[in-house]
Design a protein around this ligand. Structure first.
Ligand code: VGL
Ligand code: ZN
Length: 263
């Protein structure tokens, strides 16, 4: 049974752009998964295949100066995500997959800020230095930028509340591009990353959290950890750049290199 699953993966690699093949495979996998008597390895292989079948996007959340050290709402070690995200950006570019970046984009007066009844010191005010993306973040020129938190009388954290420069909402952009799975990283784990991931799950979009490329505010101790648990409970998978680069370099899932990595 294991070999047949692995054969399928090889087949899929060859044929991955054919929609009919994809539909057929999806149908087959459904029955295989629910009717078959599967061991953990096979189930993992199938889950992996299901992820493989979706078109993916890299979603870079709020990597802005104000969330980095010296910023108005600095996340401890926030800038540490930048070099890791740059490697993910490279991978996605090479795979011909899109990159979307969200930005917190507040008016000067908003109920989001303490002075107007909210939680936070002023940050990411539209057009200020603090609202700019971190200068070392290497976003591709065709990155789709979604601005959120633009309303003066609403507290919003999710990227799904944002709009791009053409006025499109995130869900609309994902639909237009046929994307079914997001790889999400950035700031902050316990606010915008969390809310964006939960909204993705609500909308039936798969999620992989880039655990080496997120950082949290932790206003209360343990917030980031709880956020990770909530995302996982909503169905999110996790990965790291080392794991992806390892899989790309050392043969695919189930290869001898892969088995060594898992052992
Ligand atoms: C965020 C706090 C306030 C975020 C935005 O991007 O996670 N956190 N505004
Ligand atoms: Zn904000």
């Amino acid at each position: 049974m294991q070999t047949s699953v692995l054969d399928l993966i090889q087949l899929y690699r060859i044929d991955q752009n054919k929609p009919v093949f994809k539909a057929g495979l999806g149908f087959f996998l459904f029955f295989y998964r629910y009717l078959g008597n599967l061991d953990t390895f096979s189930i993992n292989a199938i889950l992996k295949l299901e992820v493989l079948m979706e078109r993916k996007v890299l979603l870079v959340v709020d990597v802005q100066n104000d969330f980095c050290p010296d910023g108005a709402l600095a996340v401890k070690g926030g800038d540490k995500v930048v070099p890791v995200l740059n490697r993910y950006i490279e991978l996605f570019k090479r795979a011909g997959l899109p990159v979307i970046a969200t930005r917190d984009w507040h008016p000067a007066k908003t109920v989001h800020f303490k002075a107007y009844g909210g939680t936070w010191p002023p940050h990411c005010v539209q057009g200020t230095k603090g609202s700019e993306f971190h200068p070392d973040l290497k976003l591709p020129p065709d990155t789709i930028v979604m601005s959120k938190g633009t309303s003066p009388d609403e507290d919003s954290y999710s990227g799904f509340d944002g709009r791009d420069d053409k006025g499109r909402a995130l869900l609309q952009v994902l639909k237009e591009k046929g994307i079914g799975h997001i790889y999400i990283g950035g700031l902050a784990t316990d606010y915008c990353v969390l809310q964006t991931a939960l909204d993705a799950a609500k909308n039936g979009i798969g999620i992989t959290v880039l655990t080496d490329a997120v950082k949290g505010v932790d206003l209360n101790i343990g917030d980031s950890e709880r956020a990770m648990k909530r995302m996982k409970a909503a169905g999110a998978l996790e990965t790291t750049i080392a794991r992806i680069e390892g899989e790309l370099k050392g043969g695919g899932y189930g290869s001898s290199e892969d088995k060594k990595r898992r052992a």
